[in-house]
Ligand binder design. Structure first.
Ligand SMILES: [Zn+2]
Length: 264
């Protein structure tokens, strides 16, 4: 599950490849767009909004290509003739400009919107942790609207604030010393928690390798995320994992039972 900073980096990659250029070819490999052709269109740029990507392309009509990485998706940039790092059958979009290609693999959403429909696609999202209009107070207000909700659910709800996935959820709870099931109203300083989440994404948004500990060594990049059965980097207690959520939508929660004592 990509986090907001991963999506932000995908937008920058698309900008380096496409922004300001005229498309010489487009190939949408999804049934509903099989006949769409935006070649000749000029790419204005790509904007990330939470985990959504909006690529604005002007032909004789202002289009926006809306994509979402969902679980496995990624965007790559290639020179013409260069070997792709994922199998061609998983490509969903190929945008060509001269000798450069942007290829979107295994994308969860691929749709073409009129520019004025953008808000319908992303307007439900809460403040974007990496957005130019990031608003900490509004994010805190949105979280407080449902005070009994466990943090693990509230922080992943993209309509509260946008950009936190399972990894940042685990890490921000650890850094705040809070068990993931702590109710929102039991968080002593919600503003501080939200600020820390924003700082974590901000620090990682230009990095090729994510870390929340500042340590890039294997197994030490995160405090608790995917470190179950291993000693807590702070206190040595064994980190634990539990599955939460509805069947089919379960997510793993990671925490240190000593640093993050649970509600009993
Ligand atoms: Zn610990």
């Amino acid at each position: 599950m990509p986090e907001g900073d991963t999506v932000y980096r995908a937008a920058r990659l698309l900008d380096r490849t496409l922004a300001g250029h005229v498309l010489t070819g487009t190939d949408f490999r999804v049934p509903q767009l099989a006949t769409a052709d935006l070649s000749g269109g000029r790419v204005l740029g790509t904007w990330s909004r939470g985990k959504h990507l909006l690529t604005r392309i002007d032909t004789d009509h202002p289009w926006t290509l809306h994509t979402h990485l969902k679980m496995e998706g990624s965007w790559h940039s290639y020179m013409r003739g260069q070997r792709w790092r994922h199998p061609a059958f998983s490509a969903r979009v190929v945008l060509t400009t001269g000798d450069r290609l942007a290829v979107g693999f295994s994308l969860g959403i691929v749709e073409l919107l009129s520019r004025e429909q953008e808000d319908g696609a992303v307007g439900h999202l809460g403040p974007d942790l990496l957005g130019p209009d990031w608003d900490e107070d509004r994010a805190v207000h949105r979280l407080r609207e449902d005070p009994d909700r466990p943090l693990a659910d509230a922080l992943l709800d993209q309509t509260r604030l946008a950009g936190i996935g399972n990894m940042y959820l685990a890490e921000v709870c650890f850094v705040a010393g809070l068990h993931p099931t702590t109710a929102v109203h039991d968080v002593p300083d919600l503003s501080r928690l939200v600020r820390r989440a924003q700082q974590m994404l901000e620090l990682n948004k230009e990095r090729a390798t994510q870390t929340t500990t500042g340590d890039l060594r294997q197994g030490r990049r995160f405090w608790v995320y995917r470190r179950d059965q291993q000693p807590c980097l702070r206190c040595g207690t064994t980190v634990v994992v539990a599955m939460r959520g509805d069947p089919g939508g379960e997510r793993a929660s990671y925490w240190c039972p000593s640093c993050q004592p649970g509600p009993t």
